[in-house]
Design a protein around this ligand. Structure first.
Ligand SMILES: C[S@@+](CC[C@H](N)C(=O)[O-])C[C@H]1O[C@@H](n2cnc3c(N)ncnc32)[C@H](O)[C@@H]1O
Length: 323
C-alpha cells in the first residue's frame, strides 16, 4: 500500500498522528494546523519534523500554501453555523471552521476526510448544522458515513462518546461500515491507574469530610479503585472512568480502598489522563512525551480535548481495510 499523506487539522496533541502510528498503516504527516501555543509546543515536542501551517482561516490559497495530501483529519471546534439575525436568513458555513475544512478540501481534493466532534452535534438542536455538514461534504464530491463511537467499547475503560465522520472522494463500497467491531475487554479503571500515585494528588481528611458534608454521602468504602463523579455526586461502580474533560471542568476523582481505616480520595495524575485517552504509558514505554515547561492544567486540557488514540488506531485500520 502507498503511504497515505496526511494533513492534521486542529491538531491538538496530534491524536490523528498517534492513531495512525497505532493503525500500522504506512503514512506520512505532511503538515498540521494548530493555533494554540501550548498545543503547538506539545505537538512539536513529539513530532518535531512536521510543519505547522497555523491558523486554518489564514490558509486562503490552499493549493499554493499547502503540500498535497490524501487524508485530512480534524476534530473541529464547532461554533454555531446559524447566521439568522445577520440578515442572511439561513445557515451559512462561510466564516466557520467547518467552512474552512470544506474550502481546503475543495481545493486540495484529498481522497479521504476524517472528522470528529461531540455527540451533541447529532442532537435535535444541531440538526440543521449537521445536515449542512453532510450536504457540504456531498457538494464537494464526497460519500459520507458517520457514527457515534464510545472509547469503552474499544478497550479503554473511559466512557467517551464521540461523533466520527468519514468522507470518501467518490463512492464508498456498498457494504462499507464505519463502525469497527467491538473489542471485548475486561480492563477496568483500576488497570489504568498509576502504580505509585503522587501523594500530592490526594485530598486531606478534612477535604474528604467536606465532600461528604456537601454531597451528603457516607464513607467511601470501596473494594477496588473507582471513579467518583463530583458533578453528579456518585461513584461509578461499573469500573469505567467518566469522560475526561479539561481540568477547568474536571469533575473526576478516584476513590481507592481505605488504608488503616482512612479514606483515600484523589485527582487523576497526568499519566492517568493520557492513559484514558488511549496512550501506553508504563515503566517500559511512554507513547507521548510531556514538555517540562507544561503544567497539570495545560496538559490536562489537551487530554480533555483530544482524540482517544487507541480508538483512532482501530477506526483507521478498520476503514482502510474496506477500501
Ligand atoms: C477539539 S481540539 C482537537 C484535538 C485533537 N484532535 C487532538 O487529538 O488533540 C480543537 C483544536 O483546534 C484548534 N483550533 C481552533 N481554531 C483553530 C484554527 N483557526 N486553526 C487551527 N487550529 C485551530 C484548537 O486550538 C484546538 O487545539
Amino acid at each position: 500500500m502507498k503511504k497515505i499523506r496526511v494533513f492534521e487539522g486542529f491538531a491538538g496533541y496530534g491524536g490523528a498522528s498517534f492513531g495512525l502510528k497505532r493503525s500500522g498503516l504506512p503514512y506520512e504527516v505532511v503538515g498540521y494546523s494548530e493555533i494554540d501555543p501550548d498545543a503547538i509546543e506539545l505537538y512539536e515536542y513529539n513530532f518535531p519534523e512536521v510543519k505547522n501551517y497555523g491558523d486554518i482561516t489564514q490558509i486562503t490559497n490552499p493549493k499554493e500554501q499547502l503540500p498535497k495530501f490524501d487524508l485530512f483529519t480534524g476534530g473541529f471546534p464547532c461554533q454555531p453555523f446559524s447566521t439568522v439575525g445577520k440578515g442572511l436568513g439561513e445557515l451559512d458555513i462561510r466564516g466557520t471552521l467547518f467552512g474552512d475544512i470544506i474550502r481546503v478540501c475543495e481545493a486540495i481534493e484529498p481522497k479521504y476526510i476524517l472528522l470528529e466532534n461531540v455527540r451533541g452535534l447529532l442532537g435535535k438542536k444541531h440538526k440543521a448544522t449537521f445536515q449542512k455538514i453532510l450536504s457540504e461534504l456531498k457538494r464537494i464530491g464526497y460519500d459520507v458515513r458517520y457514527a457515534i463511537l464510545n472509547s469503552k467499547d474499544y478497550g479503554v475503560p473511559q466512557t467517551r462518546d464521540r461523533l466520527w465522520i468519514f468522507a470518501f472522494r467518490g463512492v464508498l463500497p456498498e457494504n462499507f461500515d464505519i463502525v469497527p467491531p467491538i473489542v471485548e475487554s475486561n480492563l477496568r479503571l483500576k488497570d489504568f491507574l498509576d502504580k505509585h500515585p503522587d501523594p500530592e494528588l490526594y485530598r486531606s481528611e478534612a477535604q474528604i469530610r467536606r465532600i461528604h458534608e456537601i454531597h451528603n454521602n457516607d464513607t467511601f468504602d470501596v473494594e477496588e479503585p473507582l471513579c467518583y463523579d463530583i458533578y453528579n455526586r456518585k461513584i461509578r461502580y461499573d469500573g469505567l472512568c467518566m469522560t475526561v474533560t479539561p481540568p477547568e471542568h474536571n469533575v473526576i476523582r478516584i476513590i481507592e480502598p481505605m488504608v488503616d481505616g482512612k479514606e483515600r480520595f484523589r485527582k487523576l495524575s497526568l499519566d492517568e489522563h493520557f492513559r484514558f485517552m488511549g496512550f501506553v504509558i508504563n515503566e517500559k514505554e511512554r507513547e507521548i512525551k510531556f514538555p517540562p515547561t507544561q503544567n497539570y492544567t495545560k496538559l490536562g486540557r489537551r487530554a480533555g480535548n483530544g482524540w482517544d488514540v487507541n480508538l483512532v488506531g482501530i477506526l483507521i485500520k478498520h476503514i482502510f481495510s474496506q477500501l
